[in-house]
Design a protein around this ligand. Structure first.
Ligand SMILES: [Zn+2]
Length: 187
């Protein structure tokens, strides 16, 4: 269990230092929990970060889909985001997401704090949905060039409002427009 599960602090700043060429260069830049450097040689290779959970470990997160399971980084006006979540199965076992220069622990409920009331963004997400095909937040985000965390926050808000239906397929949440009349599926 994450040590942070019952604590007050639910998120902390992710401090992106800069892009470097080697892992050794990245490690040298990391001072405090939540510090991040990205190793890039032609393409993003690795995100190196000081574990945000105060355990002192340095985490290596693969960004290169040619080598193995890879995460994807997004950099936009809100800052750095990483998808999907990071879930350590060793050490402190912390489970968190990085979204818009913030780190949110998986038990945190405050990560839907922003953008879900942005009418233009909501309209854009709504526009990508249809009434028959279930799509994942990643699929919708890719079409719109948005961070999946933002899209899933909007989708979950639309589910809550009954506009959108959500189902689990192989443990992945997928969404389509609600079929008229029926209450939206939840969880
Ligand atoms: Zn840790």
């Amino acid at each position: 269990m994450s040590r942070r599960a019952s604590e007050e602090v639910k998120h902390r700043e992710a401090r992106f230092k800069r892009v470097v060429a080697t892992e050794a260069d990245a490690s040298r830049l990391l001072e405090r929990p939540g510090d991040i450097a990205i190793v890039e040689r032609g393409v993003p290779r690795l995100l190196v970060m000081k574990c945000p959970d105060d355990c002192g470990d340095t985490l290596r997160i693969n960004l290169d889909p040619r080598t193995s399971k890879a995460w994807k980084i997004y950099r936009d006006v809100d800052g750095l985001s990483l998808f999907p979540s990071v879930w350590r199965d060793t050490g402190c076992e912390s489970h968190f997401i990085i979204w818009g220069d913030n780190i949110y622990w998986s038990d945190s409920r405050d990560r839907t704090y922003k953008r879900i009331h942005d009418p233009a963004l909501r309209a854009a997400v709504h526009e990508e949905l249809d009434g028959s095909v279930f799509q994942s937040a990643v699929e919708v985000a890719d079409k719109l060039g948005l961070v999946p965390w933002s899209v899933s926050a909007i989708l979950d808000a639309l589910v809550h409002e009954g506009e959108v239906e959500r189902r689990l397929f192989d443990r992945e949440r997928r969404y389509r427009l609600s079929q008229g009349g029926e209450p939206a599926a939840d969880r």
